[in-house]
Design a protein. Structure first.
Length: 496
C-alpha cells in the first residue's frame, strides 16, 4: 500500500490498489439436512421398495450431503397410483378457488423459507448464493402466486370452451434450476386440477425434497404431489407409466428424443423443453457497456448451465475490438469460487460428468483452431470448477459454435449486415432464445420477426417472469411454460 501511494505521488499511471474481497459466506446453519431421505408418496416419506439408494454431494467440495432413495418401477407405480387416487377422489372436482388456496400457501411458504431453500440450492447444485437468493427463489414463489391466480379463472381464460384437467402429470426436470423447474412444473399442473409425479435430477434432489415438506405443511390432500428421486431410469419409468396422462420434460434434446419416441402412439400429451445454442447479437449502435453486462449475464450466469444461455455472441465487425477488450476486462473481475460466498459470481460446475463434457468441448475448440481466452483466477482444489472462457476466431462449423456446452464458455463470431447476423443466428438446430442489442427499435422488430427462437430479449438477457411464456422451436422442443400459454398443455379444452 505504501508503495502505491508513493507511486501515485510520483504521478505514475492510474494507480491500482491491490486489495481483496474478504470472505462473506452465507451461514449454513439455517439448513437442516437429514442423513437419508425417503420418496414422497401419498403425502408421506417412505423407504424405496427398490431397496436402492444413492449419495448426493456438494459439487463445490465433493462432500456427501445425504443418502437419497432411488425409485424403481414399483415405487413409481405406487406414486402414479397415489396421484390417480388423489385426482379421482378429490383434486379434479375441487373448485378452482379451493385449489388456489393451496397454491398461495405453497407460494408464501417458499417466501418465508426462502433463505433456507437458497442455501440448500447452492449447497447441492453449486450455484452462487446471490443467484439462488435473488433469482431462483423469488421466481419460484412468483410462479406459485401467478398460477394460484389462474386456478379460479380457467372459465374466463378460454372463452366458449370448458377447461378440463387431464389427470396425472409425469414431470421430469434437470439440475440447473432445481426448485425453479419444480415450480414451473408443479404450479400450472395443480392450478389446472391435475395431480403430479415429479422426478428431480439425480444430482440435485434436495430442494425438491424440501418442497415436499412445504407441500406437507400446506396440507395438500395426500397424493396430489408425489416426488420420486432417482436417475434416468426413474424418469423413464415415470414417463412410460400407463397411468400418466401428460408428460412435461425439461432436459437435453437427446433424452427428449428418446421420450418422444417412447411415447409415440400412447395418446399421452407431451411438452418438451430442451437444449439451446442462443445467439446474442450486438449491433454497432448498441450501448456497449450495457451490452457487456448482458453478454456476461447471458453466458456466465449459473456457470452457463442455462438452456437459454447466450452462448454464441454475434458482434458487428465495426465494434468487435472494443467489445472484445471490454469483455476481457470484465471477465477478469468475475469472482469464481465458494457458491455460498455472497461475492461469488461463478460457482461450481454441477457435476464431474458436466465438467468433463465442458472440458471435452473446449478442447475441441482449441483443436479446431479457435483462440481461447481465460482470465487469471484461483480455483479451489476440491470440487468441480471451470474458468469463465471465451473463444474468438470461431467459425460456424466449429463444434463450439454448434453444440450446446452448458458451461461458462462463450463463442464469438462477427457479422457485417443485419441479414448476415440473422442467417448466422438461425443457423442452428436449436431455437430457444436470442438477444438483440441495438438502439434502433425498428431493427429490434425486424430481427425479432425473423429470428427462429421462442424467447427474444432486446437490450437485456436472461429475464424471466411467470406471466411470460417460455419454450422452443425446432430441437429446443415444443409447448410453452409460463403465462396463459402454460395452462394449455395441462387441459382438455372442450367446446361448450
Ligand atoms: P438430461 O440428461 O436430459 O436430464 C433431464 C432429466 O431427465 C433428469 O431428471 C434425468 O435424470 C432425466 N432422464 C435422463 N434420461 C431419461 C430417460 N431416458 N427418460 C426419462 N428421463 C430421463 O439433461 P441434463 O443433462 O440433466 O440437463 C441439461 C440439459 O437440459 C441441457 O441440454 C439443457 O439445455 C436442458 N435444459 C433445458 C431447459 C429448457 O427449459 N428448455 C431448462 C433446463 C435445462 P438424471 O438426473 O439421472 O440424468
Ligand atoms: Mg443426465
Amino acid at each position: 500500500m505504501g508503495d502505491e501511494i508513493e507511486r501515485r505521488g510520483e504521478g505514475a499511471v492510474t494507480p491500482t490498489v491491490p486489495w481483496e474481497y474478504a470472505a462473506a459466506p452465507e451461514s449454513k446453519e439455517i439448513v437442516r439436512i437429514q442423513d437419508r431421505y425417503g420418496l414422497f408418496i401419498e403425502g408421506r416419506f417412505v423407504g424405496p421398495l427398490s431397496g436402492r439408494t444413492f449419495e448426493t454431494i456438494n459439487p463445490a467440495t465433493e462432500e456427501t450431503l445425504a443418502v437419497i432413495s432411488e425409485a424403481g418401477p414399483e415405487d413409481v407405480d405406487l406414486a402414479v397410483r397415489a396421484a390417480e387416487k388423489a385426482w379421482e377422489s378429490s383434486w379434479r372436482d375441487l373448485p378452482g378457488r379451493e385449489r388456489a388456496k393451496y397454491l398461495y400457501r405453497i407460494a408464501r411458504s417458499l417466501q418465508e423459507r426462502s433463505r433456507e431453500f437458497a442455501v440448500l440450492e447452492s449447497l447441492n447444485g453449486g450455484k452462487p448464493i446471490k443467484e439462488s437468493r435473488d433469482v431462483d427463489l423469488p421466481l419460484a414463489a412468483a410462479h406459485f402466486f401467478y398460477y394460484a391466480g389462474w386456478a379460479d379463472k380457467l372459465g374466463f381464460a378460454f372463452p366458449n370452451r370448458e377447461a378440463r384437467p387431464l389427470g396425472v402429470a409425469g414431470q421430469v426436470i434437470p439440475w440447473n434450476f432445481p426448485v425453479l423447474m419444480a415450480a414451473w412444473k408443479v404450479a400450472p399442473a395443480l392450478a389446472t386440477g391435475n395431480t403430479v409425479v415429479l422426478k428431480p435430477a439425480e444430482t440435485t434432489p434436495l430442494t425438491a425434497l424440501l418442497l415436499a415438506e412445504v407441500i406437507q405443511e400446506a396440507d395438500l390432500p395426500p397424493g396430489v404431489v408425489n416426488i420420486v428421486t432417482g436417475a434416468g431410469a426413474t424418469g423413464a419409468a415415470v414417463v412410460n407409466h400407463p397411468g400418466v396422462a401428460k408428460v412435461a420434460f425439461t432436459g437435453s434434446t437427446e433424452v427428449g428424443k428418446i421420450i418422444r419416441r417412447a411415447m409415440a402412439g400412447s395418446g399421452k400429451r407431451l411438452t418438451l423443453e430442451l437444449g439451446g445454442k442462443a445467439a446474442n447479437i450486438v449491433f454497432e449502435d448498441a450501448p456497449i457497456d450495457q451490452a457487456i453486462e448482458g453478454i456476461v449475464n447471458g453466458i456466465y450466469f449459473n456457470q452457463g448451465h442455462v438452456c437459454c444461455a447466450g452462448s454464441r455472441l454475434l458482434v458487428q465487425e465495426s465494434v468487435f475490438e472494443p467489445v472484445l477488450d471490454k469483455l476481457k476486462e470484465r471477465l477478469g473481475t468475475l469472482r469464481v469460487g465458494d457458491p455460498l460466498d455472497k461475492n461469488t459470481d461463478v460457482g461450481a460446475i454441477n457435476s464431474a460428468a458436466q465438467l468433463a463434457k465442458i472440458q471435452e468441448l473446449v478442447e475441441s475448440g482449441v483443436e479446431e483452431g479457435a483462440e481461447i481466452y481465460q482470465p487469471e483466477c484461483h480455483l479451489p482444489e476440491r470440487g468441480f470448477w471451470f474458468r469463465p472462457t471465451l473463444f474468438t476466431g470461431v467459425s460456424q462449423s466449429h463444434r463450439i459454435a454448434r453444440e450446446e456446452i452448458f458451461g461458462p464458455v462463450l463463442s464469438i463470431l462477427t457479422f457485417r449486415t443485419p441479414e448476415e447476423a440473422l442467417e448466422k443466428a438461425n443457423n442452428t438446430p436449436y431455437g430457444l432464445s436470442a438477444g438483440v442489442w441495438t438502439e434502433k427499435g425498428s431493427r429490434i422488430l425486424w430481427m425479432t420477426e425473423r429470428l427462429r427462437a421462442g424467447v427474444i430479449w432486446a437490450n437485456t438477457f436472461n429475464r424471466f417472469d411467470p406471466s411470460s411464456p417460455f419454450g422452443g422451436y425446432k430441437e429446443s422442443g415444443f409447448g410453452r411454460e409460463g403465462g396463459l400459454h402454460g395452462l394449455e398443455p395441462y387441459l382438455d379444452l372442450v367446446p361448450r
